[in-house]
Design a protein around this ligand. Structure first.
Ligand code: UGA
Length: 429
């Protein structure tokens, strides 16, 4: 089937490539000429394991192409996926102007029946606006459908998440759109949940908020664990083994980041308020998350006494492993707070340092974890990259000025770290 994916960002590029890989004919459109040229050359503008190979494989097979022209994409495709960005405005509301622009261009280029599918995360009722705009710009052509097909893939495991999802959600307004979308997703072996458009839109926000809530919940529990001598890993296991709760997303740490949870949470609180509901529960999720990041700095200060002129090493900068994404990364909040207290920062991340330098030009970037530890008064592990699990910890300890280690993702065993001579703390252990 013919698919036009508008927006070659994270979601668009991965989804478009995966649609091609399951046999469809896909054209990815983006108005960023540099990005499209990069893709045409076989390079990938983002770091995502396996994506480059998959893009090249499908380009070679003739199923995947790139263009900057929406018209070209619209004319040749049945499905028009909108996967453009919805970045937060100053007040936290999502900026939907790119979606509007794309809907206008789709309307203007519409030549026959199409299914316009929202893939970007959007507030409930956006579908209605997309329909209105497409209608107006297509000179009142009404033979098209709007649908909502939220994406649940995660950065770092995006391809596998797309190809093997827990479910596919299809919000539709006609039987025809439902049948076509079910056909499109036929090769994907997962339950298909068919709903109305508003429900599909809400499912996305509700899911992301719920997952954020799980993380803040376990982070709040981690504080109680620290105060009572309990171990949050055991508590999470004990809770998570109950099928009704589930173990996933109960990893205590230094808070959640990334371009989805923090922004979607804020947006959802705003959407609820607009609909006349004060979602206090989610405001608390946000507050706990913020405090969890700042709590790391308080812990280091408690151990070192003063932060002024202390050298703090940071292991991992990306908002999570297997991505170079620095957007809303907890490392930024933590580092800025440490700097505010007068500390100087040395840091290392296996892939995100180029991006990190644009947000935090004023820290010392190191070649590896050992260089970070050299002369440091404390080291904080912020992102649990696999390579940190295999560090020569003795070497780390010996090169530090003071062996203070804050394991922000509970990668190491507390007893072992203490045996090695570290002044060690984890999160909730
Ligand atoms: C998240 C959702 O998991 C995806 O389903 C969704 O499609 C995506 O947002 C989106 O809306 O686009 P992502 O932001 O890529 O995906 O990353 P996650 O793996 O969910 O992690 C988010 C943050 O939560 C990270 O900072 C991670 O370190 C943190 N986290 C996650 C925890 O602190 N504890 C956990 O147990 C799990």
């Amino acid at each position: 089937m013919k698919v036009c994916m508008i927006g070659a960002g994270y979601v668009g590029l991965v989804s478009g490539t995966c649609f091609a890989d399951i046999g469809h004919n896909v054209v990815c459109v983006d108005n960023d000429e540099d990005k499209i040229n990069t893709l045409k050359k076989g390079d990938i503008p983002i770091y995502e394991p396996g994506l480059k190979e998959l893009v090249n494989k499908n380009v070679k097979a003739g199923r995947l192409s790139f263009t900057t022209s929406i018209r070209e994409g619209v004319e040749q495709s049945l499905f028009l996926f909108i996967a453009v960005g919805t970045p937060p405005k100053e007040n936290g509301e999502p900026d939907l102007s790119s979606i509007e622009k794309v809907a206008q261009e789709i309307g203007a280029a519409m030549n026959e029946y199409k299914i316009v599918v929202e893939k970007s995360t959007v507030p409930v009722q956006t579908g209605k606006w997309v329909r209105t705009v497409v209608e107006r710009f297509s000179r009142q052509m009404k033979d098209f459908d709007v649908a909502s097909n939220p994406e649940f893939l995660r950065e770092g495991s995006a391809i596998d998440d797309f190809l093997h999802p827990d479910r596919v959600v299809l919000g539709v307004e006609s039987k025809k759109a439902e049948e076509k979308l079910l056909e499109l997703y036929k090769p994907i072996d997962a339950p298909k949940i068919v709903t109305d458009i508003a429900s599909a839109e809400l499912i996305k926000h509700a899911s992301n908020s719920f997952l954020s809530m799980k993380i803040s919940f376990i982070n709040a529990i981690s504080i109680l664990c620290e105060k009572s001598g309990a171990d949050v890993l055991k508590v999470a296991e004990g809770m998570g083994t109950d099928k009704r709760i589930g173990r996933a997303f109960l990893n205590a740490g230094l808070g959640f980041g990334g371009f989805c949870f923090p922004k979607d949470l804020k947006a959802f609180i705003g959407i609820a308020a607009k609909l006349g509901y004060d979602f206090g529960l989610l405001k608390e999720v946000e507050r706990i998350n913020q405090e969890q990041m700042l709590g790391a700095v308080a812990k280091i200060e408690d151990t070192l006494w003063n932060l002024r002129d202390k050298k703090i090493g940071v292991l991992g900068l990306a908002f999570k492993p297997n991505t170079d994404d620095m957007r809303f990364a907890p490392s930024i909040t933590i580092i800025k707070e440490l700097q505010k207290h007068g500390a100087t920062i040395k840091a290392y991340d296996p892939v995100s340092m180029t991006r990190a330098k644009t947000v935090m030009p004023d820290i010392e970037y190191c070649d590896d974890a050992y260089q970070v530890a050299q002369g440091a008064d404390a080291v904080i592990l912020v992102t649990e990259w696999e390579e940190f699990q295999n560090l020569d910890l003795k070497r780390i300890r010996d090169s530090m000025r003071q062996p203070v280690f804050l394991d922000g993702r509970n990668v190491f065993e507390p007893d072992k770290m203490k045996e090695l001579g570290f002044i060690y703390s984890g999160v909730g252990r």
